[in-house]
Ligand binder design. Structure first.
Ligand code: APR
Length: 166
């Protein structure tokens, strides 16, 4: 598994799957969620309605509609509560469950935003460390996806991921 970090808008990427940082309703919100729904179009909301929500730490998959990628994997990260409410394990399970879904769908690449580090307030550095460590651990377990990309929206996130990936 090749891991890299880029600075970009995740809704513009021509890859197998992008991950949406959703909430448990799966009916849209702000940040990545808003950008994904705006770019994918109204059919995405219809598809999400039929999924009936998603618990924190789990993942659901839909087609990507007008996004340039094939699939959107919706996941709900933990809201940061100060670190004493199992946030680290819930965040790790987000990455683990998405990778499992990607492998099940025979995806060769998956692009992750920095889940929970926006509206949900998870501190960027520990969140990045969990993301990378979980993906490395999954590399041992699953044969794929070949490429994992951490899509940073700003320069600070990019610096954090680059420092952890070198
Ligand atoms: N491309 C890549 N990354 C993005 C984009 C984008 N278009 N838009 C935002 N980001 C980054 C943010 O800068 C942050 O680092 O994604 C990370 C996650 O931020 P949020 O989208 O706010 O997600 P999260 O913190 O997981 O909160 C989820 O916010 O938008 C609502 O409905 C969503 O209730 C849910 C909550």
């Amino acid at each position: 598994m090749y891991m890299q970090a880029i600075q970009d808008d995740i809704t513009t990427l021509h890859v197998d799957a992008v991950v949406n940082a959703a909430n448990s309703s799966l009916l849209g919100g702000g940040g990545v969620d808003d950008a994904s729904h705006r770019a994918a179009g109204p059919d995405l909301l219809e598809a999400c309605r039929s999924l009936g929500g998603c618990p924190t730490g789990e993942a659901r998959i839909t087609r990507a509609y007008h996004l340039p990628c094939q699939w959107i994997i919706h996941t709900v990260g933990p809201v940061w509560q100060g670190g004493k409410d199992n946030e680290a394990e819930l965040l790790a399970s987000c990455y683990r469950n998405r990778l499992k879904l990607a492998v099940r769908q025979h995806m060769t690449s998956i692009d992750f935003p920095a889940i929970s580090t926006g509206v949900y307030g998870y501190p960027a550095e520990p969140a990045a460390a969990i993301a990378i460590a979980t993906c490395r651990a999954c590399q041992q377990q699953y044969a794929g996806p070949d490429r994992v990309c951490f899509v940073c929206f700003d320069a600070r996130s990019m610096m954090i991921y680059q420092s952890l990936l070198t």
